[in-house]
Design a protein around this ligand. Structure first.
Ligand SMILES: [Zn+2]
Length: 504
């Protein structure tokens, strides 16, 4: 069994998660669930980034101590991720001792292996508290950060510890060009390559007299810079530096947003090279969820809350819509109208209706027992092809194409119902043909429960149960998608999978 360690970005605990956060988490969760279906030993990490200045400010505004504030926010975020059925195996918070220990050790190793990679210097620049980083001229428009046009940049001058990032330009370029370090999708890889080709400046990795954060080793006046601290969470979660951490490290996949590729694809591998640690295998940088063309973010206003989006049709339809319509590879739009359309067409009238009709016909004509039948109908062939295309897309982390491949089988099955018309086969007592049709439909649904489970885990389980299948669909073997078996199962009438909402 292959190990597969994947992570999401850790989020600032300065406000509630929004749809942008949700896209990343459910996308990573779909990948984790798919890898489990394929038999991988998956370790899925999520967590919170709790040392930022914006956290301090949010705590001050709420008039609570920072630790109390981050405890509260961590519970809120976790609650949202449970509602969205995220199947993470670990949850790391950068205020945990296991993390501080790992940050200190990584700095110690840099000092040990490349002592001149860390040095002290004076720095002056414009600092964005939204990004928690100094901004360069190219990142400033009309005096504001591109990502945070409503925040004031703060002119900051202080003496800090610096990391000699400039030394790692060529090694990181080589790693990406040779494919030893995958940056996907290609549009993000090209951005990172252009950035590296333009040369790298050293970066400040500490802040002076910051009351909230991890103390810089051997310099009590300085605190580890929040980004330097945050990136190390992925390593901390493996148990580093304790023996056995290599069982998980290096990470197989970091899922992040496209706005933080510089940290993950340039600074992070450079830090690891400097500390003589293995670099991650792959970074996937997704696009942003847009609401009527505007990026969703804490600072650009909340046109829609995550609560509302979950309440609209439930958690599974939101997961499906984000991954199928908004997409995981570039920016995509979220509108209620489109969400409602997808819900009705793909889920209520599509998969839901197929399941209800099939169960109803099996109950009516075969007392609910899936008959033995020939396993080579046109629908079985279509199902095998769907599973093949699905695996190809999911292996490439193309979640939209994965969902499309699965739902192409829904269309094929609904067409098959029309073409075979089981009700007229029953009427004219063509029993063998009726068995073949009903058997094929039951197999298609069993296959669909497996293929859909990374996208709609709750509903896939309900469908699995309706088909009389035992156990958890999440624990099904991949062969259940490739060569489903349903003969002899007793189907069960259950609640409609996707009720038609009154408002649509
Ligand atoms: Zn910013």
């Amino acid at each position: 069994m292959a190990k597969y360690f994947l992570t999401t970005a850790i989020d600032y605990s300065n406000g509630d998660p929004h749809l942008g956060h949700a896209l990343e988490k459910v996308g990573a969760d779909a990948i984790a669930r798919y890898r489990r279906l394929r038999g991988d030993q998956v370790h899925f990490l999520m967590g919170m980034d709790e040392h930022s200045q914006s956290v301090l400010q949010a705590a001050a505004r709420a008039d609570v101590a920072p630790q109390e504030w981050v405890d509260r926010m961590a519970r809120r975020f976790e609650d949202f991720w449970r509602r969205l059925e995220c199947s993470n195996d670990d949850w790391i918070r950068t205020t945990e001792p296991r993390h501080a220990r790992s940050v200190t050790e990584l700095l110690r190793r840099i000092q040990q292996f490349h002592p001149d990679d860390l040095y002290v210097a004076e720095y002056e620049g414009l600092y964005c508290t939204g990004c928690e980083e100094f901004k360069q001229e190219s990142q400033i428009v009309n005096g504001h950060c591109i990502e945070h046009p409503t925040l004031e940049l703060i002119r900051t001058r202080e003496r800090n510890h610096f990391f000699r990032l400039s030394r790692y330009r060529d090694p990181v370029l080589d790693l990406i060009r040779s494919g030893k370090f995958l940056v996907e999708p290609a549009i993000r890889r090209n951005e990172v390559l252009r950035l590296l080709e333009g040369g790298l400046q050293d970066i400040s990795v500490s802040r002076l007299r910051q009351p909230w954060g991890i103390p810089f080793p051997a310099d009590p006046e300085q605190t580890v810079y929040v980004w330097f601290d945050a990136l190390i969470n992925y390593l901390s979660a493996t148990g580093f530096p304790d023996a056995g951490y290599e069982g998980l490290w290096p990470a197989d996949l970091h899922v992040i947003g496209k706005g933080i590729t510089r940290f993950h694809c340039v600074i992070w591998p450079a830090m690891l090279l400097s500390a003589q640690l293995d670099i991650p295998r792959e970074v996937w940088a997704h696009g942003y969820v847009q609401w009527e063309g505007t990026k969703m973010s804490k600072t650009s206003g909340t046109a829609v809350t995550l609560d509302e989006a979950i309440e609209r049709h439930g958690p599974d339809p939101l997961r499906y819509f984000l991954l199928r319509e908004v997409g995981f590879e570039s920016d995509g739009n979220f509108t209620w109208e489109r969400f409602d359309e997808r819900y009705t067409a793909d889920l209520a009238d599509g998969l839901g209706n197929l399941a209800s009709r099939t169960v109803a016909m099996l109950s009516k004509y075969r007392d609910g027992i899936v008959p033995g039948s020939a396993a080579s109908t046109a629908l079985d062939l279509a199902g095998a092809e769907s599973a093949r295309q699905y695996a190809e897309a999911m292996d490439a982390l193309d979640l939209r194409a994965g969902a499309e491949a699965a739902w192409s089988l829904v269309s094929a099955a609904n067409l098959f119902v029309q073409q075979t018309a089981p009700w007229s086969l029953a009427k004219s007592h063509r029993d063998a043909e009726l068995d073949d049709a009903l058997g094929a439909l039951a197999r298609a649904l069993a296959r669909l429960a497996v293929l859909a489970s990374p996208f709609i885990p709750g509903k896939a389980q309900q469908l699995w149960h309706m088909l009389g299948m035992k156990g958890a669909v999440a624990e099904a073997e991949w062969s259940a998608a490739e060569q489903p078996e349903a003969q002899g199962r007793k189907v069960e009438h259950a609640d409609v999978l996707f009720p038609k909402p009154a408002r649509v």
